[in-house]
Design a protein around this ligand. Structure first.
Ligand code: ZN
Length: 79
């Protein structure tokens, strides 16, 4: 194995992408979401694969439930 200064390490790409998207999110959206949460409301999106309503923040961001996200990931790896 050669030692290169810019050798790329394997990193959890999805987590980093999520963080990046969170930074780009409109501050007004964050305020709205906080206000909704205080009122007892939660954002929900439907899973793109199975249509289940998702409320977990990480699932909402992906528009995929944890199970379907794993399926999608393995399918992407195979294809
Ligand atoms: Zn699903």
């Amino acid at each position: 194995m050669t030692t290169q200064p810019d050798s790329t390490e394997q990193e959890p790409v999805n987590d980093r992408l999520d963080d990046h998207l969170e930074m780009l999110r409109d501050p007004a959206d964050k305020l709205l979401r906080a206000a909704l949460a205080q009122g007892g409301f939660r954002l929900a999106v439907q899973c793109e694969r199975c249509g289940t309503w998702l409320v977990a923040p990480s699932s909402v961001k992906r528009h995929l439930g944890p199970v379907c996200a794993r399926h999608a990931q393995s399918e992407a790896g195979v294809a």
